[in-house]
Design a binder for this molecule. Structure first.
Ligand code: NDP
Length: 232
């Protein structure tokens, strides 16, 4: 299995959780693979670069065989209000979060079609469903993953391939640690469970979607958000 952006944060927790159940796990990294557990296979890849994605998959296929479970997790944000958001910022965030998911899904589908089975799991966000002031680019990219996954579910379901979305709420990682303290505190007032998620709590939904137990689940959006997005 392959996790994009698996060198830190949620992606690393997902990679470790699959490895703990005995799966062969590869992770893409851009900034470096230092300190990664030895059982993870690190492959360099910027997900905005189709040629790099192709090379990364080829390396993983050579070492582990075809990718049976793909977790498209790599993502970034560049928050600002609409009036101040440049087109470059909008396009860059959509490219890294949504177009990249299309790129990796397309590349992974080759081996999955041949195998007549496969699991694709896309890491979206609660804000893709609720919207979020200051995150027009990010929320649009995360909402787009729902349409992408559901279309793949329809296209490839007859070939034994499932496509699902996990929509985390606020998770304690570098991404949210970068928020101002006041914003972090304000967020918590809106979360029924009153705390941030751990990356491991997101990983447990992802390993379930990758397991035999979730064989009849496709086109689903699974919230792991402490109740933040209820009703969306
Ligand atoms: P982090 O910022 O901790 O890690 C982001 C990961 O994505 C890193 O591995 C990073 O690689 C990788 N990445 C970003 N851009 C690229 C790129 N162009 N090419 C390759 N890799 C890239 O984020 P989180 O772990 O918090 O987030 C993981 C996913 O979960 C993201 O998609 C995020 O949007 C989503 N999410 C996070 C939430 C949160 O509260 N933290 C809530 C909801 C969703 P590198 O180390 O090389 O930069």
């Amino acid at each position: 299995m392959l996790v994009t952006g698996g060198n830190r944060g949620i992606g690393l927790a997902i990679a470790k959780a699959f490895a703990a159940q005995g799966d062969q796990v590869a992770v893409t990294h851009r900034s470096g693979a230092e300190g990664l557990p030895g059982e993870l296979l690190p492959v360099q890849c910027d997900v905005t670069d189709s040629a790099a994605i192709d090379a990364a998959f080829t390396e993983v296929e050579e070492k582990h065989g075809p990718v049976q479970v793909l977790v498209s997790n790599a993502g970034m944000n560049d928050d600002t209000l609409l009036m101040r958001m440049s087109e470059e910022s909008f396009t860059r965030v959509v490219d890294a979060n949504l177009t990249a998911a299309y790129r990796v899904a397309k590349r992974a589908s080759r081996g999955m079609l041949r195998a007549k089975s496969g699991r694709m799991i896309f890491i979206s966000s609660v804000v893709g469903l609720t919207g979020s002031a200051g995150q027009v680019n990010y929320a649009a990219s995360k909402a787009g993953l729902v349409g992408l996954a559901r279309s793949i579910a329809r296209e490839l379901g007859s070939r034994g391939i499932t496509a699902n979305v996990v929509a985390p709420g606020f998770v304690d990682t570098d991404m949210t640690r970068a928020l101002p303290d006041a914003r972090r505190a304000e967020i918590l007032t809106q979360v029924p469970l009153g705390r941030y998620a751990s990356a491991e709590e997101i990983a447990s939904a992802v390993t379930w979607l990758g397991s035999d137990a979730a064989g009849y689940v496709t086109g689903a959006v699974i919230p792991v958000d402490g109740g933040l997005g209820m009703g969306h």
